[in-house]
Design a binder for this molecule. Structure first.
Ligand code: SF4
Ligand code: SF4
Length: 361
């Protein structure tokens, strides 16, 4: 794994917080210590041995959504501050030092393979042998909104795509952000082995954090997947273009507002596919948030924030909801965004749910 870049971290530590207006944590907490440069300063001083690790400092440098809003204004193109903070937390903190709020979720992850606890009964149809698609069941939808996962399977069936589900283990990202790299690597190895055994041609995911973990972190953890990873927006758009899915009018939903999840928009650069997919639904008007696309703002759900910083996470969601235009439905394509915008008071549909309403009539 690439190590911490101390020079870049120092550049950030002495920067006059050029990007703080784009940091949702800074805006919500209103504290210098959790501003982008403030967190870099603390991480730098901890790594240099000028501060001793304690719970308050760990909490401060954990106060990052991984949203990369700071990169929009940062003068250092090579700096990915959230990754440097993550490395500082995972590599350099004393063994056994864990955010107290994360302890029950980490225990769940060890015991059940999901931070949310015992996994519910398997989906009705586990799928076929030697499938075209291996659909990864993300823990957050499985725990909070399994109907959206069932709809994805029904869409695959409607298009005649053979599939199998992979539903035993979390992708491992929560273990990394909470500091248990041994567990993260173990989960990655399990998922990678099962994916290879599946015989599928591609792994399908509707979770941007899972996608990022599979594509960027698994190779660093020595568990590179043997098959390509594709997001549901791109995959279902391909099926619509081929005429294998035929969206019809939605009736009561005439307008939608779309919230771009940070990882899809800024890391995967997937902004056009969800829009084209929504525009394939006859008569549906898409209204844009301000800001939208690559400039999107985090809903407060990144980096499992709704579990470890629930009040602040809901506050960030409320701020994001104020940026959404009026529409019959708010749509997003990330299980964390869906849960968090709902917790902030929004009525939210997952993109697959919207497509399901248009196709599975
Ligand atoms: S992330 Fe970039 S712009 Fe923001 S404080 Fe650090 S160096 Fe400055
Ligand atoms: S990644 Fe997001 S939450 Fe973290 S410092 Fe940058 S803007 Fe703030």
């Amino acid at each position: 794994m690439a190590g911490i870049n101390r020079e870049l971290l120092l550049d950030c530590a002495i920067c006059p917080n050029m990007c703080r207006c784009e940091c949702p944590v800074d805006r919500e907490f209103g504290r210098e210590a959790v501003s982008p440069s403030g967190k870099a300063r603390l991480a730098h001083l901890l790594l240099e041995g000028h501060l001793d690790w304690d719970g308050d400092l760990l909490e401060a440098i954990s106060s990052c959504l991984g949203c990369r809003g700071c990169r929009l204004l940062c003068p250092f193109p090579e700096l990915d501050l959230c990754e440097e903070l993550l490395l500082a937390r995972t590599e350099a903190r004393p063994a056994g030092m864990i955010l107290p709020a994360a302890v029950p979720y980490l225990n769940n992850l060890k015991k059940f393979g999901s931070p949310y606890g015992a996994r519910p009964a398997a989906l009705a149809s586990p799928g076929s042998q030697n499938p075209e698609v291996l659909y990864f069941i993300n823990c957050t939808s499985q725990a909070n909104h399994p109907r959206s996962q069932q709809i994805i399977l029904e869409l695959l069936e409607a298009a005649g795509v053979s599939y199998r589900v992979l539903d035993q283990y979390c992708c491992g990202y929560p273990a990394q952000i909470w500091g248990d790299m041994e567990l993260a690597r173990q989960l990655a190895a399990e998922n990678s082995a099962r994916a290879a055994q599946s015989g599928a041609q591609l792994l399908l995911t509707d979770c941007p954090e899972c996608w990022h973990t599979f594509t960027a972190r698994y190779p660093e953890w020595g568990s590179e997947l043997s098959l390509p990873v594709v997001d549901t927006a791109t995959f279902f758009l391909g099926l619509v273009r081929q005429g294998r899915l035929e969206p019809g009018p939605l009736g009561e939903i005439g307008t939608v507002a779309y919230h771009d999840p940070c990882i899809w928009a800024r890391v995967a650069e997937i902004c056009a596919a969800p829009r084209e997919l929504m525009q394939s639904i006859p008569g549906l008007e898409l209204r844009e948030a301000q800001p939208a696309g690559r400039e999107t703002r985090c809903c407060g759900g990144g980096a499992m924030f709704q579990l470890t910083f629930p009040e602040q996470s809901a506050g960030i969601a409320r701020r994001r909801l104020e940026e959404m235009p009026p529409a019959a439905a708010l749509v997003t394509s990330c299980p964390f965004c869906r849960e968090n915008l709902q917790a902030g008071g929004g009525k939210v549909l997952d993109l697959a749910e919207l497509l399901g309403l248009a196709v599975l009539r």
